[in-house]
Design a protein around this ligand. Structure first.
Ligand code: ADP
Ligand code: MG
Length: 141
């Protein structure tokens, strides 16, 4: 599925819709360059789950847990991970096979420990289509 957005508000709204229909145990991965809109989309997903607090990038903690929504939201940013064993240490499987929605930024760095099935979201710019244009591709893996 490909969705095109032309403003941060539209990307936020797409995230909201994904959050509203998210189910426990679902896993999203999120790929895209710096400044492409990963945090905007994640913020929308959190809002769709009913989480009102702002989403911060969990860069220094690997995972940020939000419990105030309809189901728990586990937000990973694995950019700084040294090797996949570190993920075992923080209990990665307990989150991924747990009762919440898991979102993993930079998931390509931990490809070997991803679950068998997940939804992969890729966000790309295309400057020929304008500065605020984003192509958001969602694939079932
Ligand atoms: P990332 O987390 O991927 O590094 P951010 O979500 O923090 O990126 O920032 C995205 C930036 O791009 C924001 O400043 C946002 O306002 C801007 N932007 C412009 N157009 C869009 C769009 N269509 N979707 C999302 N963000 C957009
Ligand atoms: Mg970000």
């Amino acid at each position: 599925m490909v969705i095109e957005t032309n403003s941060p508000e539209e990307t936020l709204e797409l995230g909201r819709q994904l959050g509203e229909k998210a189910e426990a145990g679902q896993v999203y991965t999120l790929i895209g360059d710096l400044g492409v809109g990963k945090t905007v989309l994640t913020q929308g997903i959190a809002q769709g789950l009913g989480i009102e607090e702002p989403i911060c990038s969990p860069t220094f903690t690997i995972v940020q847990v939000y419990e105030s929504g309809r189901i728990p939201f586990y937000h990973f940013d694995v950019y700084r991970i040294g090797d996949v064993e570190e993920m075992d240490e923080i209990g990665f499987d307990d989150y991924v096979y747990g009762e919440g929605l898991t979102m993993i930024e930079w998931a390509n760095l931990i490809e070997e420990i991803l679950p068998e099935h997940y939804s992969q979201i890729t966000i790309e710019k295309d400057l020929e289509r304008g500065f605020d244009y984003r192509r958001i591709t969602i694939e079932e893996i």
